[in-house]
Ligand binder design. Structure first.
Ligand code: ZN
Length: 426
């Protein structure tokens, strides 16, 4: 029997379990989640020397964890801490057969290679599949997506259902257009910057004629502006998926447009600046614990994003909480000389009032120096540059030097993203 057959069976059974879990009532889901959490904490304490020491030094007792609330006193874990001690964090499951490893996009530094044991990988794939089914994707639909980082094909791709084809954003315009016409995808996926670049390069007429029904975005913050521009340009519904290599799909959008957390696969906490839970419905820092990830545990991980969560029920009937805001993917905030934090969303709100500004990127090179790269509409270079200078000046005050660079293209980072905001190097 080929090795792929038991693997496929394991994954289909994971999909069945995950689908059933997403239909439970909230109380049952919470009980099942807490049972997973107890298992994760126990496994991590037993097999990850780094966490064992971290928790011991903080005086935290892993066996005392019974529910999500019991994690409150446990230390938060940052990317820097993880990157410095990866070998000590890994458990023996990271060295087992069939481990799947993938690098993170490294938007805030060097990529981190995250291994997933086969059982966890099957569940995470199933959660991704459930998240795609939620907006309407069906097995006969074809997806074309831009991806900058290599990854192994998922089960469904290997089985030829949910057919998916990778596209290369760096291919010449004519080849991209031909590939899309050939494939006629129902879904177009990628970072918001990929889709906007495609619309810029091929023009909305050539893209909207393709009959694409959904555009799925991820990895970068999707501003309301970008969502509208993509929906109008492609002529499709835009669905934002929030996922990472560490945790798989964290949040997805149901057919009613509500963004739901995958509460049965990740435990998401929303904390204030002092590390205390914010009142429900208030924004705060997102801290995430992976409920599937035996090879490399992430317990109370500061993912670098901010968001708002509440548990008002949704008309779709899912027991999964809502995430009503999500901001700052890739740490998109800059500081003023007065120490004020300006998020990408706030700065964008001012720049989007400039009708001739097509694309931009704000890079903070020091506390007093900003470089703003812009692509204006043809023939409006000087007027657009002046309007951008004034808009940025209003946010940052007169003590900041603003350099405006007119560019033809805004370059991608090593991880393939095009952030609106590049914070000061720390
Ligand atoms: Zn819903």
């Amino acid at each position: 029997m080929p090795a792929a057959v038991p693997a496929a069976a394991a994954r289909l059974s994971a999909l069945a379990r995950v689908t059933a879990s997403g239909r439970r009532d909230r109380d049952r889901l919470v009980r099942a989640r807490d049972a997973r959490l107890v298992e994760v904490v126990r496994h991590t304490a037993a097999h990850s020397p780094w966490y064992r020491r971290l928790w011991q030094e903080a005086g935290c007792e892993p066996s005392s964890v019974r529910t999500a609330g019991d994690l409150a006193g446990f230390p938060l874990v940052s990317k820097t801490m993880v990157r410095a001690d990866v070998e000590q964090i890994l458990t023996p499951a990271a060295r087992a057969r069939g481990v799947r490893s993938a690098p993170t996009s490294g938007s805030t530094g060097e990529p981190l290679v995250v291994p997933h044991d086969p059982a966890s990988a099957a569940v995470l794939d199933a959660v991704w599949a459930r998240s795609h089914l939620a907006y309407g994707l069906r097995p006969h639909h074809r997806t074309a997506y831009f991806r900058n980082l290599p990854s192994s094909p998922t089960l469904t791709e290997r089985l030829g259902i949910f057919r998916a084809e990778h596209l290369d954003i760096d291919a010449p315009d004519a080849r991209l257009a031909a590939r899309l016409r050939e494939l006629r995808p129902h879904v177009l996926g990628g970072y918001p910057s990929h889709i906007l670049e495609l619309l810029d390069r091929l023009g909305p007429d050539r893209v909207s004629g393709l009959g694409i029904r959904w555009v799925t975005t991820g990895a970068e913050t999707l501003t309301e502006d970008a969502r509208r521009e993509i929906a109008d340009g492609v002529g499709a519904r835009v669905v934002d998926l929030y996922g990472t290599i560490e945790f798989g799909c964290i949040a997805f959008e149901c057919a009613l447009g509500t963004r739901h957390l995958n509460d049965d696969a990740v435990l998401v906490e929303v904390l204030d600046d002092d590390g205390r839970p914010v009142p429900e419905g208030s924004p705060g820092e997102l801290v995430v614990t992976g409920l599937y990830g035996a090879a490399m545990p992430f317990v109370r991980y500061r993912i670098g994003d901010r968001g708002t969560v509440d548990s008002r029920p949704c008309g779709c009937g899912r027991p999964l909480r809502r995430m009503t805001s999500l901001e700052g993917r890739g740490a998109s905030a800059v500081l003023t000389t007065g120490g004020q934090r300006i998020t990408g969303a706030r700065l964008c709100a001012h720049l989007r009032e400039i009708p001739t500004l097509r694309r931009y990127q704000v890079a903070q090179t020091s506390l007093t120096d900003l470089v703003v790269r812009i692509i204006p509409d043809p023939g409006t270079d000087q007027a657009t540059a002046q309007a951008v200078r004034e808009a940025v000046r209003r946010q940052f005050g007169s003590e900041v030097s603003i350099e405006i660079d007119l560019v033809e293209r805004i370059e991608r980072t090593a991880g393939g993203k095009v952030p609106d905001i590049i914070p000061m190097p720390s």
